[in-house]
Design a protein around this ligand. Sequence first.
Ligand code: SAM
Length: 283
Amino acid sequence: MAALRDIRNKAIQKLDQTGNETSGLDVDLLLEEVTGLTPMDFILEPDRQIGAQQEADFQTLLGRRLLQEPISQILGRKDFWTLTFKVSSHCLTPRPDSETLIEAALKSISDKKKTLKILDLGTGSGCLILSLLSELPHSTGTAIDISDQALDLAKENARRLGFQERCTFILSDWAKELPLGKKFDIILCNPPYIAEEETADLPPDVRDYEPHIALFARNNGLEEYEKLGKTLPGLMVVGGRAFLEIGHEQGMQVASIFKNGGAKDIRVIQDLAGRDRCIALDF
Ligand SMILES: C[S@@+](CC[C@H](N)C(=O)[O-])C[C@H]1O[C@@H](n2cnc3c(N)ncnc32)[C@H](O)[C@@H]1O
């Protein structure tokens, strides 16, 4: 038996030594997972004892975090928008910044009860399409990924969250496997956009644990936008809209790729930190 305070303080100290900048939060999440107690309990009952098995389970999880594994992969889940998604090393962990796409898409839809056809290119965990479907009760989705393991996770999330009847999943290199002539009212896409040259600068919990196919693109991070620039216009209904995530310094370059692709209007939208995060295209 050991007191919560001692376990917690020692764990924070160990994580601090690895350069972890969120040690307190990480330790609380892992302790919460193992004990079922809340961070408030850790403050109000610091002398509370936890059993040997719980302590051993906690040390196992802490060991993984000390090796820089992301908390989301250790816990196997991540909150995004109003939902909780199952995640693993086969998909990108959903990022709060990507909620910018959901907000922008919702703002553009005047009647949420309309029946819209939505496409999500590079669905990963399914976080974008399933979050948008959760706000649009009569709309349907098509979700594509080139990774069958990511697609399996997205399907599982759709089942768990109750969207399996409204969402179809296709294993495909972007739109190549979509039936010819299929068109959409809304397209969401968060493609890989980190330049391969930036690999060494990434934090180890991203570089060593998240799938590289979800992160990196050639040509200074722009290659996938260039491919999408050729494909997207043919997938949109007249009056359709696309929302693509961008790196915060890519706004101008990505806009110029789509200027030649028939978009009538192009806007760059900022995330909550005020950084360019989304490009909105009106067709
Ligand atoms: C940046 S992640 C985005 C995942 C998820 N949509 C999100 O926002 O968290 C990019 C996703 O695109 C997928 N991807 C990469 N290249 C692709 C391609 N050529 N065709 C389809 N999907 C692709 C990856 O497997 C990955 O799941």
